[in-house]
Design a protein around this ligand. Structure first.
Ligand code: NAI
Length: 256
């Protein structure tokens, strides 16, 4: 007797960006464990190679090294994913960057790069999935990793907050456009999650600041797996009546 598991993703082909590290990597591992075929994308080739070794999955995981700040190059990248693994059922955009920079020293190039990777790449990936040549035609699901910083402010995070608030708004409109094709579009807004990106920020804090930030999370800091669970829920049929929403996964950060 097979056990019923509504999270199963057998036969579905999902593109996961940012898969070399942190949330993207745990998401790739989770979706693969649930039976999905994966196309994993990152600019960090070594990270993709070590993910491939972790999954030891042969043809079920196709690796694509790409810099997603090259927005115009994303269409060709998605084409390569389809050529290698067949048409796609879903996209999970986890690649993202941040920089804690006071607004007086923030440079135009700096905020445009954050916006390109976090927001414009997400839009282009969604646009690509809407194409008949790319979309497998059923079980369509897009998940963008946003942040609580799209809702609340933080000193030094203007560019990052801008990118994530815009991402939430873009996803709502995209969900309305793609609903008739059966493609759902949702965001996940994590609080602070222990990943290399988080460690980059944590290095700027003394012990007192670190305790204060952790205290803002009634359940403590999160792990990448906590976000990966939420991604799986939204991608699988468990999320089939959910679109245009931002699921907050933050250990209670926004509850105050
Ligand atoms: P991470 O730094 O561990 O992983 C990000 C991955 O994206 C890396 O593998 C990196 O190589 C890849 N990447 C970055 N820029 C890229 C580009 N231009 N082209 C291709 N790949 C690129 O970061 P983490 O923490 O896993 O973050 C994932 C997402 O979660 C990001 O969108 C981040 O904003 C969001 N997030 C993270 C939080 C945290 O506390 N860690 C909190 C809230 C949101």
């Amino acid at each position: 007797m097979t056990t019923f598991n509504p999270l199963r993703l057998d036969g579905r082909h999902i593109l996961v960006t940012g898969a070399s590290s942190g949330i993207g990597r745990r998401t790739a591992v989770m979706l693969h464990a649930l039976g999905a075929r994966l196309s994993v994308v990152d600019r960090d080739e070594a990270g993709l190679v070590s993910l491939g070794a972790e999954l030891s999955a042969g043809e079920a995981v196709a690796q694509h090294v790409a810099d997603l700040s090259d927005i115009a190059g994303i269409e060709a990248l998605v084409g390569r994913c389809v050529d290698a693994g067949g048409r796609l059922h879903g996209v999970v955009h986890c690649a993202g960057i941040q920089a804690i920079v006071p607004v007086r020293t923030l440079q135009i190039d700096g905020w445009r790069r954050i916006f390109a990777v976090n927001t414009e790449a997400a839009l282009m990936l969604g646009k690509c999935l809407s194409s008949r040549k790319v979309y497998a035609g059923q079980h369509g699901a897009i998940v963008f990793i946003s942040s609580v910083m799209g809702t609340v402010g933080s000193v030094g995070a203007v560019a990052y907050s801008m990118s994530k608030a815009a991402l939430d708004g873009m996803a709502r409109s995209l969900s309305l456009e793609l609903a008739s094709r059966g493609i759902r579009v949702n965001c996940i807004a994590p609080g602070f999650v222990r990943t290399p990106l988080f460690e980059q920020t944590e290095r700027l804090w003394d012990e007192e600041t670190k305790r204060a930030v952790e205290d803002l999370h009634p359940l403590g800091f999160g792990e990448a797996e906590d976000v990966a669970h939420a991604v799986a829920f939204l991608v699988a049929d468990t999320g089939r009546w959910i679109t245009g929403s931002t699921l907050v996964v933050d250990g209670g950060y926004l509850a105050r």
